[in-house]
Design a protein around this ligand. Structure first.
Ligand code: Y12
Ligand code: CO
Length: 173
């Protein structure tokens, strides 16, 4: 089932998501729906809060070199925690909750993340490049943060102006 994605500036995106306590079929249905929703919008990552479920769950499905996404490469992370981070890297990020806007954002270059899979199994992953950026972007959603909040003051102001303009022209179309 395709769910509605909450868009900025909806204040729900600021909610701090709660830890998942039970790895039930309800969680599995939500993860399945999040996958359908992400794919339907050409996304590569989605956090549960973006579909109005304030739980610490996220999914990531990076494309291969030909731009194709494969379900067997889908990462589902429940209650993720970064245990190690190093270096810094810049990447042009986008977000399904901020459609049409891409901004250069600085992140850690490498992260080690520990999380549970959908069955509650504990997993650890070392991530670099795009995967590292995607994990950090999605984990920020769990703490109510959006990538645009990392922009310097001037770029943030410019973004707010352009975003408001784009929302107005969407409404009048
Ligand atoms: C690197 C940086 C950020 C992430 C987080 C995941 N972000 C996305 O999946 C963003 C997807 C996205 C897709 C859009 O296209 C449509 O909605 C059809 C979009 O909107 C437009 O371009 C109009 C915005 C963002 C992972 C890795
Ligand atoms: Co996002």
């Amino acid at each position: 089932m395709i769910l509605d994605i909450i868009a900025y500036p909806d204040r729900k995106l600021k909610d701090i998501s709660k830890k998942v306590q039970t790895f039930s079929s309800e969680l599995h249905f939500l993860l399945d729906d999040m996958y359908d929703t992400m794919l339907a919008s050409n996304g590569i990552g989605l956090a549960a809060i973006q579909v109005a479920r304030p739980i610490r769950a996220l999914i990531i499905n990076l494309p291969d070199d030909e731009g194709q996404q494969h379900k067997d490469q889908l990462l589902e992370m429940i209650n993720p925690r970064i245990s190690h981070a190093e270096g810094s890297t810049m990447y042009q990020e986008g977000c399904l909750s901020v459609p049409g806007f891409y901004e250069d954002i600085e992140r850690h270059e490498l992260v080690t993340v520990t999380y549970h899979d959908r069955h509650g199994k504990t997993c650890t992953l070392d991530a670099n490049e795009l995967l590292s950026v995607a994990i950090q972007h999605e984990m920020d959603h769990l703490d109510g943060k959006l990538f645009i909040e990392k922009l310097p003051y001037g770029r943030r102001k410019k973004f707010e102006k352009e975003y408001k303009k784009s929302q107005r022209s969407k409404k009048s179309a």
